[in-house]
Design a protein around this ligand. Structure first.
Ligand code: GLC
Length: 699
């Protein structure tokens, strides 16, 4: 991770540092405006998060410029006693100035290469502004769409999340995070934060160790193996232990078992929140508990810098624990190359922001992240003379960004309406109106209407949970107006969570789930609607029929009375089918793909996929596996492989997957990874309800 010379330098610095200077390195100050130059000079600040508040995700934030960062850095280098550089962090969750689709949308692409490219762009734009540490990727498995932060996740599946975790870490850190175009990543929120009860942010969660090991932890382990530079502890409490005080999680598992060498940073004020959790008497106690448990950096509380020196002097905290934390912080700074190159190039930023190549890359990702859920022949738009373009988000700009886009510039956005009008063939008249009743009266004279509905940015993300996952108020009524007029409707849905689209599924001719597609999202949506791009996105989360089914996810357990979720007589609910509205992994194309010839030879499983449609398209071929009998009950199926294949009309391709220990094992009774002998079932297909299957035995 860092050179021997750097390690030596760290040990040397440790011998020179006072307790106060050590505590200073463990302290992260919020907001550039609040950082006192005197604190930097006295070594009381180790790092700065460039965020004006704990809710940076949904507030417009002033852009941080390299000049501001260099000013404070100069004080640290030239005026502090040991000249240890600061490191500046920011929540660059899905892009800096060139805003990519929200992570939930990126996950729909099932394309690690496109996700990695978007992360590379985010890294070099942020680094140009002097940000060398980003609090990304968010790796929380999220099964509850009431939770606003599903938007930031890669969805409900551990395998897909792990694949994208690796891609994002590689994209952000490159082959060397010390290079000026790279940054250090920080996976979060360690761990299990997506399990907050009732989808209520910051709530407690109950996760068995079996589920923790097999569902919530694997993506973080993959990120660590990919060279992750840092990790952030979660707010939530599991089994009475807040993650920020969880010694087993942070020291025994992460640092000892997994061998993680970087620092653990607490989430915003999570050290201070140990008091509210009722496990710390006061700030000094919280500092002692947090640092002892393995939290190396205190974000925004100020408890470490205030209390650690006294705690050590009073014998309540061993200095070796403090030294280990300081070592990790200094490693992070060496990893970011800050001892050799502490300053950002203030002239660089304006030359690298929002480059055409960056726009194209996130546009390609956006195109692949859009999921076609339903299409009764209306798409791609062809042969219409008069096309209505209506809906509350048809002319939206910033709303396309989604949550956590501190540095996006709304003026960069081409709205769905503008993009669609530009993309429509000659002779098609676009009819628009900013209000509902006029839209309906105008729609009577349209051949079809595109209605852009869904969530605005401020309704998703941190601290934005809902009890009703239906469309926001009024939108369903609006759509029912077109239904009453028998106007064919293409519903384009924007959102940061799995929404309840059950009425649309029954009543609307075409449904496109575009999530919050980023700065190029309007253009990507227009490309899809006009057929310039054939949709290929797949759902990274299950879409339930109603919030009453939540949590609903595909990798469920068989139980003692297995469900036949689509059969009325077998359903458990007396008022709903048990099946999802749309399953994990589902997404349509303008083509159609047929699967055949599944073969298992040794540990290789293969099948043929054929494009039986009349347009070229890309299909995400998915592999699912079930361990039929094991020491512990295993899910009815789990995603263990996927491959995006491009096929011309009539073209067929044989896709192969290896069934190694990684695909067949699980964390068993002794919490170690085991592949147990017995029969396995495998499926290959275009979603998690694939039927083409085979069985094989592991001896
Ligand atoms: C927030 C979020 C976390 C973010 C941090 C800094 O509360 O939970 O994801 O990185 O604070 O903004």
């Amino acid at each position: 991770m860092i050179s021997a010379a750097a390690s030596e330098r760290i040990e040397q610095l440790l011998t020179q540092m006072t307790l106060e200077e050590k505590a200073g390195q463990l302290s992260q100050s919020p907001n550039m405006a609040e950082v006192k130059e005197s604190d930097v000079e006295s070594g009381r600040v180790g790092s700065v998060i460039c965020a004006a508040s704990a809710f940076a995700g949904n507030e417009r934030q002033a852009r941080v410029r390299a000049g501001q960062i260099n000013h404070l850095q100069k004080i640290a280098i030239e005026k502090s006693r040991l000249g240890i550089p600061l490191i500046f962090a920011r929540d660059v969750i899905h892009g800096h100035r060139t805003v990519a689709p929200i992570p939930l949308g990126q996950a729909s692409s099932f394309s690690p290469s496109h996700v990695q490219k978007a992360a590379e762009i985010a890294a070099f734009e942020a680094a140009a502004d002097g940000i060398r540490w980003v609090f990304t990727p968010m790796l929380d498995i999220s099964r509850d769409p009431r939770w606003g932060r599903m938007a930031e996740s890669y969805g409900e599946d551990p395998f897909l999340t792990a694949e994208l975790a690796e891609a994002t870490v590689h994209g952000l850190q490159g082959d060397d995070p010390a290079k000026p175009e790279n940054v250090v990543a920080c996976a979060k929120h360690f761990a299990g934060y997506g399990a907050v009860e009732a989808g209520r942010d910051y709530n407690a969660g109950e996760i068995t160790r079996y589920t923790f090991r097999n569902i919530y932890l694997p993506p973080f382990h993959r990120a660590v193996k990919a060279g992750l530079g840092s990790i952030m502890s979660a707010f939530l409490e599991i089994g009475g232990v807040p993650a920020t005080a969880n010694r087993w999680l942070l020291r025994e598992l992460l640092k000892e078992d997994w061998g993680f060498q970087g620092p653990v940073i607490a989430d915003w004020d999570a050290v201070g929140e140990l008091i509210c959790h009722g496990i710390a008497e006061g700030a000094a106690d919280a500092a002692r508990i947090g640092l002892s448990a393995g939290v190396d950096i205190d974000m925004a509380t100020g408890a470490y810098v205030e209390h650690v020196p006294t705690l050590v002097r009073e014998g309540k905290l061993s200095e070796s624990v403090v030294d280990d934390a300081v070592r990790r912080v200094l490693r992070l700074k060496f990893m970011a190359g800050l001892f050799d190159r502490p300053y950002a190039d203030a002239e660089l930023a304006d030359r690298v922001m929002f480059l055409p190549a960056s726009q194209n890359a996130v546009r390609e990702l956006a195109e692949r992240s859009i999921v076609l859920l339903k299409n009764e022949g209306l798409l791609p738009l062809r042969g219409h003379k008069k096309l209505g373009i209506f809906g509350p988000l048809a002319h939206a700009k910033a709303e396309l960004f989604g949550t956590w886009t501190l540095d996006g510039v709304a003026e960069d956005v081409v709205t769905v309406a503008e993009a669609l009008k530009k993309a429509l063939p000659e002779g098609v008249e676009a009819v628009e109106s900013p209000n509902v009743d006029e839209s309906l009266s105008l729609s009577r004279f349209c051949d079809a209407v595109v209605v852009v509905v869904g969530e605005a940015t401020g309704r998703s993300g941190e601290n934005n949970d809902v009890v009703d996952i239906g469309l926001p108020p009024g939108q369903l009524e609006f759509l029912k107006g077109f239904k009453a007029l028998k106007v064919p409707v293409v519903a384009v849905v924007l959102g940061g969570r799995a929404l309840d689209l059950s009425w649309l599924q029954e009543n609307v001719e075409a449904i496109v789930m575009a999530w919050h597609p980023g700065v190029m999202g309007g253009l990507a949506i227009a490309d899809i609607l006009t057929g310039k791009v054939n949709p290929s996105g797949k759902l990274p989360v299950t879409l339930p029929r109603s919030v009453g089914q939540v949590p609903l996810y595909y990798n469920r357990k068989a139980t003692g009375r297995p469900l036949n979720p689509n059969e009325r007589g077998m359903t458990r609910y007396v008022d709903s089918l048990d099946s999802p509205l749309y399953p994990f992994g589902y997404g349509l194309s303008y083509s159609r793909f047929e699967y055949s010839g599944l073969r298992i030879e040794g540990r290789t499983v293969s099948a043929t996929v054929k494009n039986v449609g009349d347009s070229a398209g890309e299909e995400v071929v998915q592999l699912y596996v079930r361990d039929e009998v094991a020491s512990l009950s295993r899910p009815v199926r789990e995603l263990k492989g996927f491959e995006r294949v491009s096929l011309a009309p009539g073209e067929a391709s044989t896709v192969k997957f290896e069934l190694g220990d990684d695909q067949l094992g699980y964390y068993g009774p002794s919490e170690t990874w085991v592949v147990e002998p017995g029969w396995f079932t495998v499926w290959i297909g275009g979603d998690s309800e694939a039927t083409l299957s085979g069985r094989f035995q592991v001896s």
